[in-house]
Design a binder for this molecule. Structure first.
Ligand SMILES: Cc1cc2nc3c(=O)[nH]c(=O)nc-3n(C[C@H](O)[C@H](O)[C@H](O)COP(=O)(O)O)c2cc1C
Length: 394
């Protein structure tokens, strides 16, 4: 019996990932920043929303399918960029991308991934999005944009909320800090998880050597652990709306901004000609006082109307969360940790299981609330309006 067989929901996958990964790596994936207020808020905000069961509706023909940027996907769900899948499982990004392709949802490859965009495009090509962190030296970022274009990526997602390195104090305490430097404490931690050591790290060491940030521009494509200047190179505190205009001119495909939290910024995104925004607080990993994304969504969705496609991430763990986000104006959600836990437990199979679990839960919630199609999901399924709903829950 595999560890996956015992997992019935995303929280089970999380527990199994915790048993499998070295503590430092598990915490890198699972935790957030400072006092972890934003992480908790992301969940409680979803949990507080109450829905109403609708009686006696024939929902036997229901479907979670939706159309996103003109093409069909199996559910309003995509994989968020995470730079850690390749450490959770050998070639974890590829495994996760294959699961996404099989399940017919988009996959986002992170700038910091350990698998190259060329490999992903060749082996797991369904709908591929590339997430861009912008280098201080802009022409290096432009090279990445060209590479993503040449590899047929459908969308470019510019992350806007990591302008300074966050205070993830536990990484330092665990002996794992960025720039990644192997320490005695981390080495001891690895030895406690021999399964992970042999199936992931040793496999890399005996094939390609220490994994590298394969999508970094050539001068910086160093092996993980030997790049002390990475943070300085990747300083993002000068990123501004003029950069977005340049990216818009360079990128003919779908352009999205990730980390939009305010209606006025969303309207600026419309003016800059982008196609989509992701309402995101980076899974609570950056600014600890960030509001929950599901709380910010209604104002933003109302401000932009149909002018731009609104997506959301941060805190998605259950299919009912997707239904709530769609009701409040998101066309699609992205999952970060939920699908990473699955990848850590069982590679492609584990990621597929995570997607399956969430989609099945979404399907059930649609059935209970009497929705046959995703465009029938509105705030009408809520108990009371948005405000009374919140008050009833408090
Ligand atoms: C381990 C990890 C690494 C991440 N790396 C990136 C990254 O490289 N770029 C990025 O834009 N977001 C990154 N994120 C944030 C995710 O894209 C996403 O916004 C977040 O995980 C959503 O919250 P959730 O984990 O609660 O689903 C990362 C998240 C995690 C958990």
């Amino acid at each position: 019996m595999s560890a996956l067989d015992d997992c019935y929901n995303v929280f089970d996958l999380r527990d199994a990932a915790k048993r499998k990964l070295p503590k430092a790596l598990f915490e890198f994936v699972d935790r957030s920043t400072e006092d972890e207020i934003a992480l908790r808020n992301n969940r409680t905000a979803f949990e507080k929303i109450r829905l109403r069961h609708r009686a006696l509706v024939d929902v036997s023909g229901r479907s979670t399918k939706t159309t996103l940027f003109g093409k069909e996907i199996s559910a309003p769900m995509a994989i968020a960029p995470t730079g850690a899948a390749g450490l959770c499982w050998y070639e974890g990004e590829l495994e996760l991308a294959k699961a996404a392709a099989k399940m017919k949802i988009p996959f986002t490859l992170a700038t910091g991934a350990m698998t190259s965009m060329e490999k992903i495009a060749k082996e797991a090509n369904f709908r591929l999005w590339f997430q861009l962190y912008v280098w201080k030296q802009r022409d290096l970022s432009y090279q990445l944009i060209e590479r993503a274009k040449n590899n047929g990526f459908e969308a470019l997602i510019v992350t806007t909320d990591t302008i300074v390195p966050p205070n993830r104090e536990y990484n330092a305490k665990n002996g794992l800090d960025l720039p990644f430097t192997p320490t005695f404490r981390f080495a001891r931690d690895i030895l406690r998880k021999p399964g992970w050591f042999t199936s992931v790290l040793l496999r890399y060491l005996t094939t390609i050597g220490m994994p590298r940030n394969e999508n970094y521009p050539e001068p910086y494509r160093r092996k993980i652990g030997v790049d002390p200047y990475r943070i300085e190179m990747m300083r993002q505190d000068s990123l501004n709306w003029d950069d977005i205009k340049i990216f818009r001119d360079m990128w003919p495909g779908i352009l999205m901004l990730k980390g939009i939290n305010r209606p006025d910024d969303a309207l600026k995104a419309v003016s800059a000609g982008v196609d989509g925004i992701v309402v995101s607080n980076h899974g609570g990993r950056n600014m600890d006082s960030a509001a929950a994304t599901i709380d910010m969504l209604p104002q933003i969705a109302e401000a932009v109307g149909d002018k731009i496609t609104v997506l959301l991430d941060s805190g998605i763990r259950r299919g009912s969360d997707i239904v709530k986000a769609v009701a409040l104006g998101a066309k699609c959600v992205l999952t970060g940790r939920a699908t990473l836990y699955g990848t850590a437990v069982g590679g492609e199979k584990g990621a597929t299981k995570a997607i399956n679990i969430i989609q099945t839960e979404m399907d059930k919630t649609m059935a209970y609330t009497g929705c046959n199609r995703t465009d029938e999901i509105t705030t009408d399924i809520f108990f009371g309006d948005r405000e009374t709903n919140r008050m009833a829950a408090n």
